[in-house]
Design a protein around this ligand. Structure first.
Ligand SMILES: C[S@@+](CC[C@H](N)C(=O)[O-])C[C@H]1O[C@@H](n2cnc3c(N)ncnc32)[C@H](O)[C@@H]1O
Length: 265
Protein backbone atom coordinates (compact mmCIF):
# COMPACT_ATOMS: atom_id res chain seq x y z
CA UNK A 1 0.00 0.00 0.00
CA UNK A 2 2.33 2.67 -1.41
CA UNK A 3 3.23 5.42 1.04
CA UNK A 4 0.85 4.09 3.70
CA UNK A 5 1.94 2.66 7.04
CA UNK A 6 2.41 -1.08 6.86
CA UNK A 7 -0.74 -3.14 7.25
CA UNK A 8 -1.27 -4.66 10.70
CA UNK A 9 -3.12 -7.56 9.12
CA UNK A 10 -0.31 -8.34 6.71
CA UNK A 11 -0.47 -7.51 2.99
CA UNK A 12 -2.10 -10.77 1.97
CA UNK A 13 -4.95 -10.61 4.49
CA UNK A 14 -5.42 -6.90 3.93
CA UNK A 15 -5.93 -7.53 0.20
CA UNK A 16 -8.54 -10.20 0.96
CA UNK A 17 -10.47 -7.88 3.24
CA UNK A 18 -10.35 -5.00 0.75
CA UNK A 19 -11.73 -7.20 -1.98
CA UNK A 20 -14.50 -8.46 0.33
CA UNK A 21 -15.47 -4.86 1.08
CA UNK A 22 -15.51 -3.99 -2.58
CA UNK A 23 -17.63 -6.95 -3.61
CA UNK A 24 -20.14 -6.42 -0.80
CA UNK A 25 -20.39 -2.63 -0.68
CA UNK A 26 -19.03 -1.52 -4.03
CA UNK A 27 -16.72 0.67 -2.04
CA UNK A 28 -13.01 1.10 -2.70
CA UNK A 29 -11.84 1.86 0.80
CA UNK A 30 -9.82 5.10 0.78
CA UNK A 31 -6.23 4.46 2.02
CA UNK A 32 -6.79 6.78 4.97
CA UNK A 33 -9.44 4.42 6.28
CA UNK A 34 -7.39 1.24 5.97
CA UNK A 35 -5.88 1.49 9.44
CA UNK A 36 -9.24 2.27 11.04
CA UNK A 37 -10.77 -0.77 9.42
CA UNK A 38 -7.86 -3.03 10.32
CA UNK A 39 -8.13 -1.98 13.96
CA UNK A 40 -11.81 -2.79 13.86
CA UNK A 41 -11.09 -6.25 12.43
CA UNK A 42 -8.46 -6.90 15.11
CA UNK A 43 -10.85 -5.78 17.86
CA UNK A 44 -13.68 -8.03 16.67
CA UNK A 45 -11.34 -10.95 16.06
CA UNK A 46 -9.80 -10.72 19.54
CA UNK A 47 -13.19 -10.31 21.24
CA UNK A 48 -14.22 -13.57 19.64
CA UNK A 49 -10.92 -15.30 20.45
CA UNK A 50 -10.46 -16.22 16.80
CA UNK A 51 -7.48 -16.29 14.48
CA UNK A 52 -7.51 -14.25 11.28
CA UNK A 53 -8.57 -17.05 9.01
CA UNK A 54 -11.54 -18.15 11.13
CA UNK A 55 -12.62 -14.57 11.66
CA UNK A 56 -12.49 -13.84 7.93
CA UNK A 57 -14.71 -16.86 7.33
CA UNK A 58 -17.14 -15.69 10.00
CA UNK A 59 -17.37 -12.18 8.49
CA UNK A 60 -17.85 -13.77 5.10
CA UNK A 61 -20.65 -16.06 6.25
CA UNK A 62 -22.46 -14.26 9.04
CA UNK A 63 -24.72 -11.37 8.04
CA UNK A 64 -24.71 -9.80 11.47
CA UNK A 65 -20.94 -9.93 11.82
CA UNK A 66 -20.55 -8.40 8.37
CA UNK A 67 -23.05 -5.64 9.22
CA UNK A 68 -21.06 -4.76 12.35
CA UNK A 69 -17.92 -4.32 10.27
CA UNK A 70 -19.67 -2.50 7.46
CA UNK A 71 -21.06 0.06 9.91
CA UNK A 72 -17.51 1.05 10.74
CA UNK A 73 -16.66 1.62 7.09
CA UNK A 74 -19.27 3.90 5.64
CA UNK A 75 -18.80 7.65 5.50
CA UNK A 76 -21.98 9.29 6.73
CA UNK A 77 -21.32 12.97 6.31
CA UNK A 78 -24.44 14.85 5.22
CA UNK A 79 -26.48 18.05 5.79
CA UNK A 80 -29.89 19.55 5.17
CA UNK A 81 -30.10 21.09 1.66
CA UNK A 82 -26.51 20.08 1.13
CA UNK A 83 -26.20 21.04 -2.51
CA UNK A 84 -28.47 24.00 -3.19
CA UNK A 85 -28.23 24.02 -7.05
CA UNK A 86 -29.50 20.41 -7.08
CA UNK A 87 -32.44 21.35 -4.85
CA UNK A 88 -33.22 24.15 -7.26
CA UNK A 89 -33.59 21.45 -9.93
CA UNK A 90 -35.87 19.47 -7.62
CA UNK A 91 -38.00 22.58 -7.08
CA UNK A 92 -38.25 23.17 -10.81
CA UNK A 93 -39.14 19.54 -11.45
CA UNK A 94 -41.82 19.43 -8.76
CA UNK A 95 -43.36 22.74 -9.80
CA UNK A 96 -43.72 21.58 -13.39
CA UNK A 97 -45.32 18.23 -12.74
CA UNK A 98 -49.02 17.72 -12.25
CA UNK A 99 -48.68 14.23 -10.77
CA UNK A 100 -48.07 12.92 -7.29
CA UNK A 101 -44.37 12.20 -7.37
CA UNK A 102 -42.30 9.30 -6.10
CA UNK A 103 -38.72 10.24 -5.19
CA UNK A 104 -35.86 8.02 -4.13
CA UNK A 105 -33.01 9.24 -1.93
CA UNK A 106 -30.25 6.69 -2.35
CA UNK A 107 -27.55 6.61 0.31
CA UNK A 108 -29.70 8.80 2.57
CA UNK A 109 -27.39 8.61 5.60
CA UNK A 110 -28.87 10.10 8.80
CA UNK A 111 -31.91 11.47 6.97
CA UNK A 112 -31.12 15.13 6.29
CA UNK A 113 -31.37 14.52 2.53
CA UNK A 114 -34.77 12.75 2.39
CA UNK A 115 -36.26 15.16 4.94
CA UNK A 116 -35.00 18.05 2.78
CA UNK A 117 -36.60 16.43 -0.27
CA UNK A 118 -39.81 15.93 1.72
CA UNK A 119 -39.88 19.64 2.60
CA UNK A 120 -39.53 20.46 -1.10
CA UNK A 121 -42.21 17.92 -2.01
CA UNK A 122 -44.62 19.44 0.51
CA UNK A 123 -43.75 23.01 -0.49
CA UNK A 124 -43.70 22.63 -4.28
CA UNK A 125 -45.21 19.25 -5.22
CA UNK A 126 -48.66 17.74 -5.01
CA UNK A 127 -50.00 16.69 -1.63
CA UNK A 128 -49.35 12.97 -1.71
CA UNK A 129 -45.85 12.97 -3.12
CA UNK A 130 -43.58 10.67 -1.19
CA UNK A 131 -39.96 9.76 -0.73
CA UNK A 132 -38.27 6.40 -0.42
CA UNK A 133 -35.02 6.76 1.51
CA UNK A 134 -32.49 3.98 1.61
CA UNK A 135 -29.06 3.23 2.97
CA UNK A 136 -26.95 0.15 3.60
CA UNK A 137 -26.21 1.17 7.20
CA UNK A 138 -28.74 0.29 9.91
CA UNK A 139 -27.07 2.71 12.28
CA UNK A 140 -27.75 5.78 10.12
CA UNK A 141 -31.26 4.59 9.31
CA UNK A 142 -32.09 4.53 13.04
CA UNK A 143 -31.05 8.18 13.33
CA UNK A 144 -32.92 9.06 10.14
CA UNK A 145 -36.18 7.44 11.30
CA UNK A 146 -35.98 9.17 14.66
CA UNK A 147 -35.90 12.53 12.88
CA UNK A 148 -34.46 14.59 15.72
CA UNK A 149 -31.49 16.87 15.00
CA UNK A 150 -29.29 19.21 16.99
CA UNK A 151 -30.10 22.92 16.75
CA UNK A 152 -26.77 23.38 14.97
CA UNK A 153 -27.64 20.84 12.23
CA UNK A 154 -31.11 22.29 11.81
CA UNK A 155 -29.67 25.78 11.30
CA UNK A 156 -29.35 25.09 7.57
CA UNK A 157 -33.16 24.85 7.30
CA UNK A 158 -34.72 28.30 6.77
CA UNK A 159 -36.46 29.42 9.96
CA UNK A 160 -39.97 29.56 8.50
CA UNK A 161 -39.58 25.97 7.22
CA UNK A 162 -38.27 24.83 10.59
CA UNK A 163 -41.52 26.07 12.10
CA UNK A 164 -43.72 24.86 9.30
CA UNK A 165 -42.31 21.33 9.01
CA UNK A 166 -41.21 20.54 12.55
CA UNK A 167 -40.89 21.84 16.08
CA UNK A 168 -38.27 22.72 18.60
CA UNK A 169 -38.00 20.34 21.57
CA UNK A 170 -37.32 21.62 25.13
CA UNK A 171 -33.75 20.33 24.64
CA UNK A 172 -33.33 22.82 21.77
CA UNK A 173 -33.23 20.01 19.19
CA UNK A 174 -35.43 20.16 16.11
CA UNK A 175 -37.95 17.38 15.54
CA UNK A 176 -39.37 16.52 12.12
CA UNK A 177 -43.14 17.02 12.11
CA UNK A 178 -45.89 14.57 11.16
CA UNK A 179 -46.61 16.01 7.71
CA UNK A 180 -43.06 15.07 6.67
CA UNK A 181 -43.05 11.77 8.54
CA UNK A 182 -45.98 10.54 6.51
CA UNK A 183 -44.06 11.41 3.32
CA UNK A 184 -40.87 9.41 3.89
CA UNK A 185 -40.43 5.65 3.92
CA UNK A 186 -37.02 4.37 5.13
CA UNK A 187 -35.66 1.13 3.83
CA UNK A 188 -32.37 -0.73 4.23
CA UNK A 189 -30.93 -1.30 0.80
CA UNK A 190 -27.53 -2.00 -0.72
CA UNK A 191 -26.83 -0.14 -3.93
CA UNK A 192 -24.95 -3.21 -5.16
CA UNK A 193 -28.37 -4.93 -5.38
CA UNK A 194 -29.85 -2.19 -7.52
CA UNK A 195 -30.98 -4.61 -10.21
CA UNK A 196 -33.25 -6.22 -7.59
CA UNK A 197 -34.62 -2.95 -6.18
CA UNK A 198 -38.37 -3.24 -5.54
CA UNK A 199 -39.00 0.33 -6.76
CA UNK A 200 -40.27 1.27 -10.20
CA UNK A 201 -41.84 4.18 -12.08
CA UNK A 202 -40.00 6.75 -10.03
CA UNK A 203 -40.15 10.41 -10.93
CA UNK A 204 -36.89 11.45 -9.37
CA UNK A 205 -33.80 9.66 -8.08
CA UNK A 206 -31.42 11.65 -5.90
CA UNK A 207 -28.05 9.99 -5.40
CA UNK A 208 -25.22 12.18 -4.15
CA UNK A 209 -21.90 11.47 -2.45
CA UNK A 210 -22.32 7.71 -2.59
CA UNK A 211 -20.96 6.63 -5.97
CA UNK A 212 -17.75 8.58 -5.41
CA UNK A 213 -16.51 5.63 -3.34
CA UNK A 214 -17.24 3.11 -6.11
CA UNK A 215 -15.14 1.95 -9.05
CA UNK A 216 -16.03 3.56 -12.34
CA UNK A 217 -17.36 0.36 -13.93
CA UNK A 218 -19.59 -0.29 -10.91
CA UNK A 219 -20.88 3.27 -11.09
CA UNK A 220 -21.78 2.79 -14.74
CA UNK A 221 -23.67 -0.47 -14.08
CA UNK A 222 -25.54 1.10 -11.19
CA UNK A 223 -26.52 4.17 -13.20
CA UNK A 224 -27.68 2.01 -16.11
CA UNK A 225 -29.88 0.05 -13.70
CA UNK A 226 -31.27 3.24 -12.17
CA UNK A 227 -32.46 4.42 -15.58
CA UNK A 228 -34.83 1.43 -15.67
CA UNK A 229 -36.40 2.56 -12.37
CA UNK A 230 -37.38 5.97 -13.74
CA UNK A 231 -40.57 6.95 -15.56
CA UNK A 232 -40.16 8.67 -18.93
CA UNK A 233 -39.57 12.31 -18.06
CA UNK A 234 -38.12 11.25 -14.68
CA UNK A 235 -34.96 12.84 -13.41
CA UNK A 236 -31.72 11.45 -12.00
CA UNK A 237 -29.67 13.87 -9.91
CA UNK A 238 -26.08 12.99 -8.99
CA UNK A 239 -23.44 15.01 -7.19
CA UNK A 240 -21.50 17.32 -9.53
CA UNK A 241 -18.41 15.58 -10.84
CA UNK A 242 -19.53 12.10 -9.78
CA UNK A 243 -19.81 10.64 -13.30
CA UNK A 244 -19.66 13.48 -15.85
CA UNK A 245 -18.78 11.26 -18.82
CA UNK A 246 -21.66 8.82 -18.39
CA UNK A 247 -23.93 8.45 -21.43
CA UNK A 248 -27.09 6.47 -21.84
CA UNK A 249 -29.28 6.23 -24.95
CA UNK A 250 -32.41 6.88 -22.88
CA UNK A 251 -31.09 9.80 -20.87
CA UNK A 252 -30.37 13.39 -21.78
CA UNK A 253 -28.30 15.77 -19.71
CA UNK A 254 -30.20 18.53 -17.93
CA UNK A 255 -28.46 21.86 -18.22
CA UNK A 256 -28.34 23.68 -14.93
CA UNK A 257 -25.09 25.26 -13.85
CA UNK A 258 -23.22 23.44 -11.11
CA UNK A 259 -25.36 20.29 -11.25
CA UNK A 260 -25.09 16.82 -12.75
CA UNK A 261 -28.55 15.64 -13.73
CA UNK A 262 -30.24 13.63 -16.47
CA UNK A 263 -33.79 13.25 -17.70
CA UNK A 264 -35.24 10.01 -19.03
CA UNK A 265 -36.40 10.46 -22.60
C1 LIG B 1 -21.39 10.56 2.44
S1 LIG B 1 -22.97 9.89 2.76
C2 LIG B 1 -23.98 10.84 1.66
C3 LIG B 1 -25.32 11.18 2.25
C4 LIG B 1 -26.21 12.04 1.36
N1 LIG B 1 -26.54 11.38 0.15
C5 LIG B 1 -25.56 13.37 1.08
O1 LIG B 1 -25.12 13.61 -0.05
O2 LIG B 1 -25.49 14.18 1.99
C6 LIG B 1 -22.88 8.30 1.92
C7 LIG B 1 -23.95 7.30 2.37
O3 LIG B 1 -23.98 6.24 1.43
C8 LIG B 1 -24.18 5.03 2.12
N2 LIG B 1 -23.66 3.90 1.34
C9 LIG B 1 -22.37 3.54 1.11
N3 LIG B 1 -22.31 2.42 0.38
C10 LIG B 1 -23.59 2.08 0.11
C11 LIG B 1 -24.19 1.00 -0.60
N4 LIG B 1 -23.44 0.05 -1.19
N5 LIG B 1 -25.54 0.96 -0.67
C12 LIG B 1 -26.29 1.91 -0.08
N6 LIG B 1 -25.81 2.93 0.62
C13 LIG B 1 -24.46 3.02 0.72
C14 LIG B 1 -23.42 5.23 3.43
O4 LIG B 1 -23.90 4.37 4.44
C15 LIG B 1 -23.66 6.71 3.74
O5 LIG B 1 -24.73 6.88 4.60
Amino acid sequence: MGGMPESILGAEHAALWLSLIESRLGMVLPPLQHRLFENRVMERMQSKGMDMQSYYLLAHQSRSEWQQLAEALVVNETAFFRHQPSYELVRRFLSQTNQETKLWSLGCSTGEEPWSLAMYARAYGLKNSHIIASDVSEKVLRVARRGVYSARRAESIPEDWRNRFGSQLPSGEWRVGDSLRSAVYFHKFNLMDVAKAPFRDLHLIYCQNVLIYFRKFDRRDILDALVMRLQPGGMLILGPGEMPDWNHAQMKRVSEAGTLAYERI
